[in-house]
Design a binder for this molecule. Structure first.
Ligand code: PMV
Length: 328
């Protein structure tokens, strides 16, 4: 067993937004999903993380956004470091320093970029030289959606059936590169039900869950065809539909739960109104009340102007396709 390493490694990973959602695990220990999913990595929002394994430390020291975190706040990071120690054979505590560059107005979850950056920095600092596929498998163990943030642009997480076969792959395309995501924050408060709990509860209690598994296969095949054909209309239509199908699983859970607020509905209606008036845009919504508007560069101004008037300019952030994980 290796007992020494003092290399500090810094990695940067960008967050991603799922257009075909991941919602439910077949194996919650290994994080193997029931369905494959598809996302777009975003340029604006990223996490930078440095890791050093250090013989002088008696326990992991974790700093996030300049605050030392302990107890339950650091448990997921600590558990992830345990996994890296197990896989690398390195038996040292780590110093972790992580900064999230996610505008507070964006309302985007940072767990995808956070665990992708941590997987990259920690594995390299522990002396592992992982391929991008193996890095994606490792990031998946921290947070499912993190496996997609290893790659830039459009990315598919192929569900697989075990630890070795469940990982993300980039979708090589020059199409739809003028796509933009307008992130709109209608609510800053913490989501009432975490995605982890929400998906487990949907799997367990929604009678529609078996149908979700079937429709996702079709949605995924259709969206990949839309990307291949450079067909933004089909791309946006399928994305919006798939998001609503995911939220139908929360509405049909027992007891039901809902991530939307009144303002979410106002924003959804506004997207539809714009669309019917000829400004092509669609929405997608994750496990929270904030909405992400999918559009093309040509319509960014009118969309941001409209939502800035409705909700205030500080609530609106525009993102483009972003890169995969990098080392500094
Ligand atoms: O990776 P998690 O556990 O944060 O779950 C992500 C769930 C959704 O954001 C709602 C969907 C997705 O595919 O990212």
């Amino acid at each position: 067993m290796t007992t020494s390493s003092n290399k500090t490694v810094t990695a940067v990973a960008h967050t991603n937004i799922a257009l075909i959602k991941y919602w439910g695990k077949q194996d919650s220990e290994l994080i193997i999903p029931y369905t494959s999913s598809l996302s777009l990595t975003l340029d604006q929002f990223y996490t930078q993380t440095s890791v050093q394994f250090n013989a002088n430390l008696s326990e992991d020291r974790i700093t996030i956004d300049d605050h030392v975190v302990t107890g339950t706040g650091s448990k997921r990071v600590h558990d992830f470091l345990e996994l890296v120690r197990q896989e690398s054979g390195l038996n040292l505590s780590a110093e972790v320093n992580s900064t999230n560059h996610v505008p507070t107005a964006a309302g985007l979850a940072s767990s995808a970029s956070a665990f992708a950056a941590l997987a990259a920095a920690a594995s390299k600092a522990a002396g592992m030289n992982l391929s991008l596929t193996d890095l994606s498998r490792l990031a998946r163990r921290g947070s499912g959606s993190a496996c997609r943030s290893i790659f830039g642009g459009f990315v598919e997480w192929q569900k697989g059936f075990d630890d070795a076969s469940s990982f993300a792959v980039p979708i090589e395309t020059r199409h739809l590169n003028d796509i933009r995501i307008v992130a709109l924050t209608v609510e800053k408060h913490q989501k009432p039900v975490s995605s982890r709990k929400g998906m487990a509860f949907s799997v367990k209690t929604s009678p529609y869950y078996p149908t979700w598994i079937k429709v996702v296969d079709a949605d995924l095949a259709n969206i990949k065809a839309a990307i291949k054909d450079n067909d933004f209309t089909r791309f946006g239509t399928i994305s919006e539909l798939n998001a609503m199908r995911m939220h139908a699983l929360t509405l049909s859970a027992d007891p039901d739960f809902l991530y939307f607020t009144g303002d979410t509905l106002v924003a959804m209606n506004e997207v539809k109104r714009l669309r019917h008036s000829g400004i092509e845009c669609y929405y997608t919504i994750d496990a929270g009340p904030n909405i992400k508007i999918i559009c093309q560069q040509a319509n960014v101004k009118v969309i941001t102007d409209t939502f800035s008037t409705l909700f205030g300019p500080t609530k609106v952030t525009v993102a483009k396709p972003g890169p995969g994980v990098k080392y500094l």
